[in-house]
Design a protein around this ligand. Structure first.
Ligand SMILES: Nc1ncnc2c1ncn2[C@@H]1O[C@H](COP(=O)(O)OP(=O)(O)OP(=O)(O)O)[C@@H](O)[C@H]1O
Ligand SMILES: [Mg+2]
Length: 273
């Protein structure tokens, strides 16, 4: 991973799940319940995400994918159950500690969530200026290398409203990576993109993971994206993780719900309600 000096191991798809089942993986969600008023969204959701791998979380619209992501980053508190990140229960630590844990995540929100008043360079530099005491020279090296990786070094002085949706997502991705996070979370990185740009973004996610390692969680309902990037796939339905397995296992699954969802079939156990 990023930690300077320490050895880098990228565990292949097989070894990872065993590790994640030991109960020591970086992100553990245990029997989480969450309701908004009368509407129960998470319903005893349990999952341990495989470390140093890309997991995609698939699920129909409105099923609680974004709510799950907000629990992982500590923006929402469970009504019951626990979310442990980096070995800490997010809601058994002080607010300061929770904030410190949150800083270890890179998050790519749906629209890139860039600051409209700043150009791309300043957007990507922002976390470094805010959370580190690096000099502007050091910041410049980091920002330029990331902008280059996402193919935006020519657009660094553009404002977010001067560039396309795909470019905004790539800039958001660069910004999510500058703090060298161990965990990167993506909420529908592909939404609103045409199929070609979706494919390019998937490839970029894969390349960046190869380059930097880390635990990636990608929320999507795009099956081709899941096919391209996943080491693991979790399927969320009605507030529970009804399936979690390697990509091969999942695409070969006999489970009627998983099959219906992956095939996008209208007929099957999955209804509109
Ligand atoms: N802060 C909130 N207050 C009230 N209800 C909420 C809140 N956040 C989410 N919900 C509700 O929780 C349910 C799940 O929402 P969520 O955004 O997690 O769905 P999703 O699976 O991400 O869907 P999509 O694929 O469309 O993004 C929805 O019914 C939504 O209206
Ligand atoms: Mg969502």
């Amino acid at each position: 991973m990023y930690s300077d000096g320490s050895s880098t191991t990228h565990t292949g798809a097989s070894g990872v799940l065993e590790g994640s089942r030991r109960g020591d993986s970086t992100i553990q969600v245990n029997d989480v319940h969450k309701a908004f008023g009368a509407s129960k969204v998470l319903n005893g959701l349990t999952v341990e995400f495989a470390d140093d791998a890309i997991t995609t979380v698939l699920g129909p619209s409105g099923t609680g994918k974004s709510v799950l992501l907000k629990h992982i980053v500590g923006l929402l508190e469970p009504d019951a159950g626990a979310v442990r990140v980096f070995g800490q229960n997010l809601w058994r630590v002080s607010e300061t500690e929770r904030f410190a844990l949150r800083k270890r995540f890179g998050v790519l929100f749906q629209d890139g969530a860039l600051f409209g008043s700043m150009n791309l360079y300043d957007n990507v530099a922002f976390p470094l200026r805010k959370h580190t005491d690096k000099t502007e020279d050091e910041i410049r090296d980091i920002v330029m290398s990331h902008l280059k990786e996402v193919g935006l070094e020519q657009a660094l002085d553009k404002a977010p409203n001067e560039i396309s949706g795909g470019m905004r997502k790539r800039a958001g991705f660069a910004r999510a990576l500058v703090m060298r996070p161990d965990v990167v979370l993506f909420d529908e990185p592909d939404s609103g993109l045409d199929p070609v740009r979706t494919k390019l973004l998937s490839q970029l996610i894969l390349e960046m993971h190869r380059e930097h390692g880390g635990t990636y969680i990608v929320i999507t309902h795009d099956i081709p994206t899941a096919r391209t990037v996943s080491d693991y796939i979790g399927v969320l339905w009605k507030g529970r993780m009804v399936h979690y397995g390697t990509a091969d296992e999942t695409f070969g699954s006999e489970d009627p719900f998983v099959r219906q969802f992956l095939a996008g079939d209208a007929v099957g156990p999955l209804g509109m309600d």
